[in-house]
Design a protein around this ligand. Sequence first.
Ligand code: RBF
Length: 165
Amino acid sequence: MTSVNVKGLAAKKDAVQLDAHVVIVKTRWNEAVINALVTGAVDKIQECGGTTEVIEVPGSYEVVYAAKRMIEAKQRRGEKIDAVICIGCLIKGETMHFEYICEAVTQGIMKLNVEGDVPVIFGVLACMTESQALSRAGLIEGHHNHGPEWGQSALEMAAIRRMTM
Ligand code: RBF
């Protein structure tokens, strides 16, 4: 039987901005998962000829503020910034924190995209269990890391931004 790629991002090599500079905002919550995701995104971007810069925030709630400030600062200083990737990992606990943070971060990143000029990629996992988080970072055998897809998405969105300038 021919294997068909049903889930995940299809490869599209010709649609990426090759010299893009991508800022990655990563959290320190759930560090093992985050580090694997960041490595996946950075490797993909560098493989394609892009450059990266990683800044750290405590938790997912903080990624929107840091992304906004990085975009503003880079533009004010005339420094290159073609896309941002926010990488976080929320794992459901016993209280309502998960729901509130998920909602806030999702809306916050969308707001940056709708109101701003630099594309911001949504690299925030919202998992019901630790095992789901480990799987999505490629840390459980047979599962793939979503980081490279976010790297690819950043380069594609940078290309769309450039095309529409
Ligand atoms: N941040 C995450 O990135 N992932 C989490 O799973 C997560 N869970 C949290 C659970 C609770 C009960 C609290 C109080 C915070 C949590 N945070 C988490 C941190 C949050 O994103 C933020 O850093 C803090 O609330 C400070 O603004």
